[in-house]
Design a protein around this ligand. Structure first.
Ligand code: HEM
Length: 199
């Protein structure tokens, strides 16, 4: 994957855990020979997978936890790295944005010519829920999509719930996510912890 991805991992780790943690992760991933990742250089996917695996060991987190955190981080990271306008022009609302994800990556491919982008298809239901289908030539990145959706929810100030309901890793044809928008989140927050309403 392009260096932009590995740089984002680096920045996420150093911001939350410090420079030394990053150096330990890079050593553990056997990448000590790489001084820095170039944004526009395409690296083997294995480099990214090794960084994630080393981060799980170093930080004591699961693969899913790291990938979800990374997905969420990716939204603010790309915005701060010069892609804010690309994000802005992809949609004014979250549902509109999700309809245009392939278009976003098609436009990113102008800057990243060897991009091997994921592909998404969004189906909308009348009850403000959506099903997002995720396809990729890569395996194991579905947890990142859950994080991406949470990051987009924050970007659009749209509280949401995400459930993965089909898993390619478990033999399903694709990875499928149920996304529910929660416009009434204030009243949800006001409920007692057990979720019951008092009369
Ligand atoms: C302007 C913002 C964005 C830019 C510049 C961007 C660019 C990229 C780049 C360079 C890669 C690495 C792929 C490669 O090197 O072949 C990537 C991967 C990916 N992107 Fe984006 N992206 C953006 C926003 C998003 C958003 C909003 C989503 C939300 C769903 C998304 C989903 C993904 C996923 C899931 C991958 C992992 C690769 C895979 O699944 O095969 N990206 N993107």
């Amino acid at each position: 994957m392009y260096g932009l991805v590995n740089r984002a991992i680096q920045q996420m780790v150093t911001t939350h855990h410090g420079e030394e943690a990053w150096q330990r992760i890079k050593d553990r991933a056997d990448l000590q020979d790489i001084d820095f990742f170039s944004t526009y250089q395409a690296y083997p996917d294995d480099v990214t997978h090794r960084l994630v695996a080393a981060a799980t060991e170093e930080l004591g987190l699961t693969d899913d936890q790291i990938m979800q955190a990374f997905g969420e981080y990716w939204i603010t990271y790309t915005a701060s790295e010069g892609y804010e306008q690309l994000l802005e022009s992809t949609g004014e609302t979250l549902p509109e944005f999700l309809d245009h994800l392939d278009n976003l990556h098609a436009r990113a491919a102008v800057t990243f010519p060897d991009l091997q982008p994921p592909s998404f298809r969004c189906e909308h239901s009348a009850d403000a829920s959506m099903q997002l289908e995720y396809r990729s030539k890569r395996r194991g990145l579905a947890p990142m999509v859950t994080g991406l959706l949470h990051g987009l929810g924050k970007r659009f100030h749209t509280p949401l719930e995400v459930d993965q309901i089909a898993f390619r890793d478990r033999g399903d044809a694709t990875d499928l996510f149920q996304v529910r928008l929660c416009p009434d989140s204030d009243s949800v927050a006001a409920l007692p912890d057990d979720g019951t309403k008092s009369e």
